[in-house]
Design a protein around this ligand. Structure first.
Ligand code: HEC
Ligand code: HEC
Length: 327
């Protein structure tokens, strides 16, 4: 019996449609979609601890329980991933099931010691965890695995931890056309404003140790912290303008104009140091008697004493003599 030609044609069409779907959804994307490596892509140099750790991650089946992709609809998994983050992930360990949390941003989240302890026995650091113990891994394997985990997503850091909202970026860009916040003239103008308005709380040297700080629960910011290097100009501007809700830091936009706030920002950005100068005891507080001068007198004293910080060697008589008997 000859097969009905119509059936053959129909079967041909079905096969064609099937192959087209395979081609469009699998073969075409794989051959044409070649994203550029992003800044966040993990790097595995062959033979490196990270590389070997990744093998262990695969061997132990960590990806049965852990994913490595954070999507729009996910909450609390850190920054989103992009296609180019995966250029070095072959074969991938994306995982499909989240019995445990997503690990795309695990690098740098915990110290190494946490991972060691957690792998030895997850219950020690996370009571109630259902993650199995991997205590049978030897020290060598363990250190590779931890090196791998610390690599995953460690480059996917936000450029700054605190960033000004767009509204303030725009406002700042306008004022930056007339104030060059990188100039020492602007910083100097800002210092004047600072000494008049801010030093009583933030201290003469910006260590958060002004006399008024004594009575405060939430102490004023210590601008010598290296962390503040991560603030860009617009962020300084915004923080000064809006204050810090829940603290006694005022909202300066209510009294200072945009230009003045830009001057202050120019000064503040000169304060962060390589290491924070902490305020450890009462003697570190700028005392009221030290503050009983205005900025220009302090500057004059500084110059005549030839010291950066006149208070370091402060002795009331010599100092007042140097200031020229202003008080
Ligand atoms: C049976 C499922 C399962 C397996 C297999 C598993 N985990 Fe987990 N993992 C979990 C669960 C559940 C949690 C959440 C509780 C906790 O932190 O222990 C977790 C948490 C973690 C965390 C902490 C995540 C965070 O952001 O706090 C890390 C890191 C981790 N696992 C790594 C691994 C590694 C590496 C392996 C393989 C050696 C592995 N896991 C295997 C289930 C699993
Ligand atoms: C009444 C005391 C007080 C005065 C006056 C004051 N501040 Fe503050 N300031 C604070 C406190 C308190 C904080 C909150 C610190 C914190 O959040 O840990 C703060 C925080 C800040 C911050 C934010 C730091 C951060 O971590 O983002 C900036 C910037 C700042 N002050 C600048 C200024 C400037 C500039 C002036 C003067 C124009 C000023 N402050 C005057 C008390 C004061």
């Amino acid at each position: 019996m000859r097969p009905n030609i119509n059936y053959l044609i129909a079967a041909g069409f079905v096969a064609l449609i099937f192959l087209t779907i395979i081609y469009v959804t699998a073969i075409l994307p794989a051959s044409t979609f070649q994203p550029e490596a992003t800044r966040a892509a993990n790097v595995y140099v062959e033979g490196s601890p990270q590389f070997k750790g990744r093998e262990i991650y695969r061997r132990e089946g960590c990806f049965y329980c852990h994913t490595q992709f954070s999507r729009y609809q996910d909450r609390e998994m850190g920054e989103l991933v992009k296609a180019g983050d995966y250029v070095n992930e072959t074969p991938h360990v994306l995982g499909t099931e989240r019995t445990g949390p997503d690990l795309s941003n695990i690098g740098g989240k915990y110290p190494d010691a946490f991972h060691w302890t957690h792998h030895m026995n997850p219950r020690v650091v996370k009571p109630g965890s259902i993650m199995p113990a991997f205590s049978y891994l030897n020290d060598q394997e363990m250190s590779y695995l931890v090196a791998y985990l610390q690599e995953v997503g460690k480059r996917r850091k936000p450029p700054a931890w605190v960033a000004a909202p767009q509204e303030y970026r725009d406002r700042y860009h306008l004022v930056a056309e007339s104030v060059d916040v990188n100039s020492s003239a602007a910083a100097n103008a800002g210092r004047g404003i600072y000494m008049q308005n801010c030093a009583q709380c933030h201290g003469i040297q910006g260590r958060g140790n002004g006399p008024v700080s004594i009575s405060m629960q939430k102490k004023p910011a210590n601008f010598t912290r290296p962390f503040y290097r991560s603030y860009d100009d617009a962020t300084w501007f915004w923080r000064v303008a809006e204050g810090v809700p829940g603290t006694r830091m005022p909202r300066w936009y209510k009294t200072l104009g945009d230009e003045s706030m830009a001057y202050v920002a120019a000064y503040l950005k000169t304060l962060p140091q390589d290491a924070e100068t902490p305020v450890a005891n009462m003697d570190d507080i700028d005392r009221a008697d030290k503050m009983d001068m205005n900025y220009w007198q302090i500057e004059a004293a500084k110059n005549s004493l030839g010291q950066n910080d006149p208070f370091q060697a402060y002795a009331p008589t010599t100092f007042k003599a140097a200031v020229g008997g202003a008080h």
